[in-house]
Design a protein around this ligand. Structure first.
Ligand code: PAF
Length: 291
């Protein structure tokens, strides 16, 4: 069973004994854990000797009217799950421990990358992610940190943060874990009604279909856009409200007809989608290489 720390000082005091000899991994979470999170821990164990999982529903990354108050908090059940995958430490601070003052006068803003995709409807979200992840990095000082590919934009922002602020931390990407019907696992899937849960895998099916169409198409921006419009219509017809469905380079640059039409070699693209189904805002993505 992992040892739980609620205070920064006690966690730091414990971890300092490992630093010189052993590698420490951090798996940041907001709790309400599912198999996708447990896969992050399993991956962390392959890269480090000591695994710390943080569980903190971070108020600064929720916007006004979002689900901060109703976000499920279930520390005991989460710790039981973490025991099954050999977690060493859980860091579960209170909001006061993390943020003695709110709103925080200090900010971390990762620039243009935060205003696209999810940032269009959640303009302050990634500033909140940036500040909490920076704090967790400073508190735990891990050698490696694991983030899931499902939150692709978050992952890109964390990589930028590590580069720009010179954190000596390797960022490891964990593949998306899916239910047997293809739905990407997410804490927010539990907001789906049984009927919505049956419809939800369509999102992943449409990404697959787009990937196939892209590899078969002429690789022009115009071609991609027409295919995206068609896919978006099908997703909407199934009952979703599409927040965005876009194709970008794997670095999250916008495509232009030049970059999307490689004359030499291959190009890695990412198809990213966010769509509401009832109360749940679902995210998914698929990397595709075009030749
Ligand atoms: O991906 C999440 O669960 C959160 O955004 C994170 C990285 C734990 C920061 O609160």
């Amino acid at each position: 069973m992992p040892i739980i720390h609620h205070h920064i000082a006690s966690l730091r005091d414990t971890l300092k004994h490992y630093r010189s000899q052993q590698r420490i991994a951090l798996v940041p979470t907001m709790g309400n854990l599912h198999d996708g999170h447990l896969a992050l821990v399993t991956l962390a164990k392959q890269h480090a000797d000591i695994v710390v999982v943080s569980i903190f529903v971070n108020p600064t990354q929720f916007g006004v009217g979002e689900d901060f108050n109703s976000y499920p908090r279930m520390l005991e059940a989460d710790v039981a799950k973490l025991t099954t995958v050999g977690t060493d430490y859980v860091f579960a601070p209170t909001s006061d421990e993390m943020y003695p003052i709110l709103p925080l006068p200090t900010s971390i803003h990762a620039g243009a990358i935060t205003t696209q995709l999810c940032g269009q409807t959640r303009p302050t979200h990634f500033d909140g992610v940036g500040i909490v992840v920076s704090k967790l990095f400073n508190i735990v000082q891990p050698n490696v940190a694991i983030f899931g590919q499902k939150d692709y934009q978050q992952l890109a922002i964390i990589k930028q943060l590590v580069r720009d602020l010179s954190y000596p931390i390797d960022i490891i990407t964990a593949p998306i874990v899916r239910a047997t019907d293809g739905l990407a696992l997410s804490s927010r899937n539990q907001y789906l009604s049984p009927e919505e849960r049956n419809i939800a895998p369509l999102l992943q099916q449409e990404l697959q279909r787009l990937a196939q169409q892209f590899t078969a198409s002429q690789h022009t921006q115009k071609g991609f856009e027409a295919l995206i419009v068609e896919a978006s219509k099908r997703i909407t017809a199934a009952g979703f409200i599409v927040d965005y469905l876009e194709v970008k380079t794997a670095e999250l640059e916008a495509l232009n007809s030049k970059s999307a039409k490689p004359t030499t070699g291959s190009q890695d693209l990412i198809i990213v989608v966010a769509a509401w189904l009832g109360r749940a805002r679902l995210l998914d993505n698929l990397l595709v290489t075009i030749y």
